[in-house]
Design a binder for this molecule. Structure first.
Ligand code: MSP
Length: 511
């Protein structure tokens, strides 16, 4: 049977500074979903990368007195390194300075020219280099003597120059029709409403080229114009699939994308401009755009100037990558803003990972070592109580996969950790240490059930804490091919004739 395919992307990051927690957050979300879909039998393609053109990068390189390409190479490699540190399972890492990407952007541009959606005029208005975005006068305010965007708070500057325009205004109706016919196209629903309201007011044509700097992809046949960095960047999602070669295996298998994971600040580009470009080019639209909220520290967005930045690399060094992944996904309800703090991170590690899941595994394995010859006993006499333990999780599988399919990651985690909590309780209540003498058959039934439950919980935790969950599955000798969702509903799947692997401390308590 052919596997179903699933294409998921992160935003491509500006290599203008070193990676921070917001970047880590977008990437971890996408990775958790990518890993779950793989476990659930999908052929997954997971893309991330760096967005390297535009005035913002050019100015940053100048500020650092570096050649722009060299500057990008250095910082892009930091983002590539981050994929390893975050344990991302991405299939590709795209850079917009790569040749394959140029080809793709030029082709899309030509398609928009051929469809009659591009014309030459003059742009007069506000531009934020930090956001690489154009703003209307009513989206700009005066703050401390400077003009800033009301939406993002970043400084804007006045621009007047010759520019190519995309006839965005002509696509308002079609966009609204698409949003209405596909209520899951933009999630969460609050963002969907926000976008619709904006489009309902009517869209203005969009300036899609600049002539006052050079760092970018030149407009085909008009080299003095540089293609607007957002048209350039959005196209990365196609370039990585070998577009414009639409007969290539990658393109055929994975386009249209199933999910673009983005932050809410870049919703307009993904939910309005991107589908309009694609419609104009007569290309299929992505199936979903999910705009997650901000990671906050003390209720404020993390920023260098406020000095409330939690550096993901420091946290990983001090507490571990699985710990950070688990915490971010559990703590923040996806779609909303969420506060993170060291205090809460530590509580989460101690309560959920060390005292709950870690402790469950540790005490069960220690018991097996001491009392069952370090092997998992077989049992053919499970009581209703034993069966109830594992059946609850098995019956929830469809619900759990729906939670992931609707990007309700924090609810998913809470459910999974609840199974672990229940298993600890079952272990206490069943008192296998007392059964050893009074009813060894029943002790075997308890230990069998609880290890099966640990196996299933660990499979469900693989997308979130892949290193630790794999260690547990290694200890109980679960074959690598059997670490998938479909195995959860099969009985047993445990190895009984082999001793357990070496037991290590899974999660250290922190203070
Ligand atoms: N280069 C564009 C994206 C182009 S996609 C075709 C860009 N890059 S970025 O580096 O500025 O930001 C990338 C992502 O990080 C965005 O989705 C943004 O929302 C996210 N975050 C940056 N700071 C954040 C927080 N404090 N919290 C959560 N995510 C935020 O935009």
């Amino acid at each position: 049977m052919n596997k179903k395919s699933y294409y998921i992307t992160t935003p491509i990051y500006y290599p203008s500074g070193k990676p921070h927690m917001g970047h880590a957050y977008s990437s971890i979300i996408a990775d958790v979903i990518a890993r779950f879909k793989r476990l659930d039998g999908y052929n997954v393609y997971f893309l991330t990368g760096t967005d390297e053109h535009g005035l913002k990068i050019q100015r940053e390189a100048e500020k650092n007195k570096k050649d722009t390409q060299q500057f990008c190479d250095e910082l892009s490699s930091k983002f590539r390194d981050l994929t390893k540190v975050l344990n991302l399972s991405n299939n590709d890492f795209i850079r917009t300075t790569e040749k394959r990407h140029y080809k793709s952007v030029e082709d899309l541009w030509n398609k928009l020219v051929n469809s009659g959606d591009i014309y030459l005029d003059k742009y007069k208005g506000w531009y934020s280099v930090s956001d690489e975005a154009y703003y209307e006068s009513n989206e700009v305010e005066e703050k401390n003597g400077s003009k800033v965007s009301i939406l993002s708070g970043s400084k804007v500057e006045w621009v007047e120059e010759e520019s190519f325009f995309f006839k965005l205004s002509a696509w308002s109706e079609k966009l609204l029709q698409h949003y209405n016919a596909n209520p899951d196209f933009i999630l969460p629903i609050s963002r969907n409403n926000e976008v619709k309201k904006f489009v309902e007011k009517g869209l203005k044509d969009l300036s899609i080229s600049r002539t006052s700097f050079s760092w970018g992809i030149p407009v085909p046949k008009n080299q003095k114009h540089i293609i607007y960095v957002w048209l350039d960047a959005l196209t990365n999602y196609l370039s990585a699939l070998n577009y414009p070669d639409t007969s290539s295996k990658l393109y055929k298998e994975y386009w249209p994308a199933d999910l673009h994971v983005i932050g809410k600040d870049i919703l307009r580009f993904h939910a309005i401009y991107w589908p309009a470009f694609l419609m104009a080019a007569k290309l299929p639209l992505p199936k979903r755009i999910f705009g997650h909220g901000w990671i906050l520290s003390d209720d404020k967005k993390m920023s260098k100037s406020i000095g409330n930045i939690l550096d993901p690399l420091d946290i990983i060094k001090n507490y571990g990558i699985d710990q950070l992944r688990y915490y971010l996904i559990k703590e923040v309800s996806l779609g909303n803003d969420g506060n993170v703090s060291l205090e809460n991170l530590k509580n989460c590690i101690n309560n959920d990972l060390a005292n709950n899941y870690g402790n469950l595994c540790q005490r069960v394995f220690a018991f097996l070592k001491k009392n069952c010859g370090n092997k998992i006993p077989k049992s053919d006499s499970l009581s209703n109580k034993d069966k109830a333990l594992t059946n609850k999780l098995k019956n929830d599988i469809t619900k759990l996969s729906e939670l992931i399919n609707h990007q309700n990651l924090n609810i998913y985690i809470k459910k999974v950790i609840e199974y672990s909590f229940d298993s600890n309780k079952y272990f206490n209540d069943s008192e296998p240490w007392a059964l050893k003498k009074s009813n060894p058959k029943q002790m075997n039934a308890v230990m069998y059930s609880i290890v099966e439950q640990i196996k299933n919980i660990s499979i469900l935790l693989l997308p979130i804490i892949p290193n630790s969950a794999n260690s547990v599955l290694d200890i109980i000798n679960v074959n690598k091919d059997l670490r998938v969702i479909s195995e959860i509903n099969k009985n047993d799947g445990l190895t009984h004739d082999k001793e357990l692997g070496e037991i290590k401390i899974l999660f250290k308590k922190v203070d």
